[in-house]
Write a protein that binds this ligand. Sequence first.
Ligand SMILES: NC(=O)c1ccc[n+]([C@@H]2O[C@H](COP(=O)([O-])OP(=O)(O)OC[C@H]3O[C@@H](n4cnc5c(N)ncnc54)[C@H](OP(=O)(O)O)[C@@H]3O)[C@@H](O)[C@H]2O)c1
Length: 373
Amino acid sequence: MDALAITPGIPWSVHHRRLAAPRMDAVADGRGVRVRVLRAGLCGTDAEVASGAFGHGPPGDDFLVIGHEHLGEIVEVGPGVDDPALQPGRLVVASNRRPGRSAWDRVGLQDFTADDDTLERGIRGLHGFLVEEYVDDPAFLTPVPDLLAETGVLMEPMSVIEKGLAQVAAVQRRLHIWEPAHAIVVGAGTIGLLAVLALRLRGLSVTCWSRRPAPHRNAALVTAAGARYVSAAETDLPGLVAAEGRADLVVEASGAAELVYPSALALAPNGVLLLTSVTAAARVVPVDLAAWNQAFVLWNRAMVGTVNAARVDFAAAVGTLARAEAELPGWAAGLITHRIPGLDPDAVRDRLRERGDAIKAVVEVGPRGSAAR
Ligand SMILES: NC(=O)c1ccc[n+]([C@@H]2O[C@H](COP(=O)([O-])OP(=O)(O)OC[C@H]3O[C@@H](n4cnc5c(N)ncnc54)[C@H](OP(=O)(O)O)[C@@H]3O)[C@@H](O)[C@H]2O)c1
C-alpha cells in the first residue's frame, strides 16, 4: 500500500513509500480494527515535522509516515472486538497520542502524560495517517456519524478545543457559580475558528481578534458563526477590552507568544485564559510580571493549557461538529479550503512549505468503499 513519509532530520524530504499492508494481528486478542484512510488534514505541526525540526519513526525505521489528522472507514474487524459501533462501513477517527509510562498514561489520560518521549502517530515514534490503511485498537477509535463524512477530518483539532473547554469547566467548578457570557478568541486560524464555533454553540457572545483586516475568508466564517471579527490592524487588545469590556474566557490561538500577556489582562475577575498555542521558538517578551501576578491573585483569574486529547474529547468533538451541522449547516466544511487529490508527495510538500491562504488543507487519500491496493 502507498504512504507518504519523511526522512527524519532531512528538511522537506516528503516522499512516497510502498509499505506492506498492516496486519490484523498487530493488535492482540483479535481486537484489531482495519481502517481505510479517506482523508487526512495538514496542520502547522506537520509542516514542522516536514521541515525536519522534529519527528521520528518507530525504532528500526529510518522514515516516518506523516499525518496526524484524518477520517477513515472501517473495513475489517477482528473477532475480539465487541463494540457494536465499530463495524465495517462505519466512519471512524483514531487519536494520535498513545499511552506511555506515567501514572496518567496508565489510566487512559495520555494527553496528561508526564513522559518526555510521548508516542504520537505521525509525529514521534509511530507512523501516521497519510497511508491507505492502518490497523488499530478499539481503545483509540472514535466512531463518527455519516453526517460528518465531510467534516470528520476536523475531529483532531476540534478535540483540542473540547479538551480545553472541559479543562476550563473543571477549573471553574471552584466558583460554584460561573455563567460565562462573553469570550475573546485571539487568532482566526483553524484552532481559533473551531473555538469560535464551540463557544457560539454554547451560547456565548464571542469576539475573535486577529491580525488581518476584513474582508477575508476567516473573518467571514467568524461572522457567519454569529461572532464579531476585530482586526489587530484597527484595534489592539487593550483597545478591544476598553471598547467592549473584559471577557469571562479568553482563548489564545494565535501562536504569537507576545499575545499571551495582553490576553491574560483581557480577563474579567474570576475569568480563565485557555492557552492553545505551541510556541516552539525561543522568544523573549518583556512584561510587567508584578501587574500580571496581581491580576491573577487579586482577581482570582486562572490559566490552563490544552494539548492533544483523550477519547472523551474526541467524543465531545463529534457532538460539537454534529451540532454545527444542525445549527450552522456547511459552516465547518468552509474550513476545508484546499484539497490535494491522492498521496502526492510533491503537492503535500509544497502545501506544507507554503501554506498560502489555506485554513485547512486536506489530502483526499481514497474514496469511501474503495478497495485498498
Ligand atoms: N494545543 C494543541 O494541541 C494544538 C493543536 C493544533 C495547533 N496548536 C497551536 O495553536 C496555534 C494556532 O493554530 P492554527 O492552526 O489555528 O494556526 P494558524 O492557522 O497559523 O492561525 C493563527 C491565527 O493567529 C493570527 N495571528 C498570528 N499572529 C498574530 C498577531 N501577532 N496578532 C494577531 N493575530 C495573529 C493569524 O492571523 P493572520 O491569518 O492574519 O496571519 C491567524 O489567524 C498554533 O500555535 C498551533 O501550534 C495547538
